[in-house]
Design a protein around this ligand. Structure first.
Ligand code: FDA
Length: 320
């Protein structure tokens, strides 16, 4: 995991236009293009194929049709309808019925009431069809409103949904019991966003300590906890604490991201644990992709090398 200063540098990189242009142009072009390591495709069909391959390895899946921070109600409505279509295709395909989405994709920052309505429209279709919907957690500016929206929906009686909490944020020490009191499912992550020191731990050691502490609480009283990390040390702690509490491997799950630590995904499954892979797809992949680069500097080197190769190949084709 990167410290906060490095995450800041990647944040800046995302704002450099030529980088964004090149990445967007070459990132998904071919099956071997660099963004495809993390993104399962631009279409639902491609993502379903990827999900099927993941399931064939004995893993569970959750599908994320990428998108965030939409700037108009029309775009929020379009994103909501796209989720209807994704759900229909998932049902037809027979893969697992599990979706992850972001509230700013459904208009949270444009109009909160409309976002609640959009979520209700999604849940009204999702619940009878047996889907579970996980609301991802975004940057700290959205934490409170995301939790309040979740509580509103819970109050309206929706139950096939869960939320995400980030160990890096100080406030999660209070947010975790708040969500656990509802009896709702929590996915615990370390946190992917660059946050100021006024609201979040900055060093890897402090974030890991918080993650370990919160995992223990979650396993002790959570409803089917999701331990979402690629950190083998955290897996080992979770396994040890689950065993201490007599929690069988069917009472919680590990979650990992598509394209990250496939070795760990496989070894956890081999040891009898449930492992869900988060499968992101769609045309709006750039912000998600940048967060993955930000987590590991080595990823940047391989992306820059691939970009140069792609440009050279294009130049060669133009000469011919
Ligand atoms: P850490 O960063 O310490 O990494 C541990 C090891 O994992 C590394 O040493 C490396 O081997 C490997 N690794 C981690 N990231 C890698 C990468 N990008 N490429 C290659 N190897 C990598 N965040 C958030 O803020 N809101 C959310 O809703 C979600 N949702 C979510 C769902 C799921 C299923 C997962 C697994 C993660 C998230 N996250 C998230 C992301 C999370 O907050 C965090 O940024 C990443 O998981 C990376 O942190 P780790 O816990 O893996 O630990």
């Amino acid at each position: 995991m990167l410290d906060s200063a490095s995450k800041g540098l990647f944040h800046l990189l995302a704002l450099i236009k030529p980088f964004k242009t090149l990445a967007s142009r070459y990132g998904m072009r071919r099956p071997s293009s660099f963004a495809r390591r993390f993104i399962a495709g631009e279409t639902t069909r491609e993502a379903i194929e990827a999900a099927r391959a993941v399931e064939q390895r004995g893993l569970l899946i959750t599908m994320d049709h990428l998108g965030e921070s939409v700037g108009s109600l029309a775009r929020a409505d379009a994103a909501t309808r796209e989720y209807f279509d994704v759900m229909q295709q998932v049902v037809e395909s027979g893969i697992g019925r599990n979706i992850s989405l972001k509230l700013t994709q459904l208009g949270l920052t444009v109009d909160r009431a409309t976002c609640v309505d959009n979520m209700r429209r999604v849940l009204e279709r999702a619940e009878p069809a047996g889907f579970f919907i996980r609301i991802d957690m975004e940057g700290s500016a959205h934490t409170e409103v995301t939790l309040e929206t979740f509580e509103t929906l819970w109050g309206l009686g929706y139950r096939q949904m869960g939320v995400v909490l980030q160990a890096a944020l100080y406030r999660t020490e209070e947010d975790l019991p708040r969500v656990l009191r509802l009896g709702a499912r929590v996915r615990l992550v370390k946190g992917a966003y660059k946050e100021p020191r006024t609201v979040a731990h900055q060093s890897k050691a402090d974030i890991d300590d918080a993650y370990a502490r919160l995992t223990k609480i979650l396993l002790a009283s959570g409803e089917y906890p999701a331990i979402a990390t690629h950190d083998p040390a955290m897996h080992a702690l979770a396994i040890e604490w689950a065993a201490e509490r007599g929690l069988g491997p069917d009472k919680f799950e590990f979650q990992l991201l598509y394209g990250v630590r496939r070795d760990l995904q496989a070894s956890l499954v081999d040891r009898g644990y449930r492992v869900r892979v988060y499968i992101p797809f769609g045309r709006e992949w750039f912000p998600y992709f940048m967060r993955r680069l930000g987590e590991r500097p080595a990823n940047v080197t391989s992306v820059v090398t691939s970009m140069i190769d792609e440009r050279r190949a294009q130049a060669r084709r133009a000469i011919k």
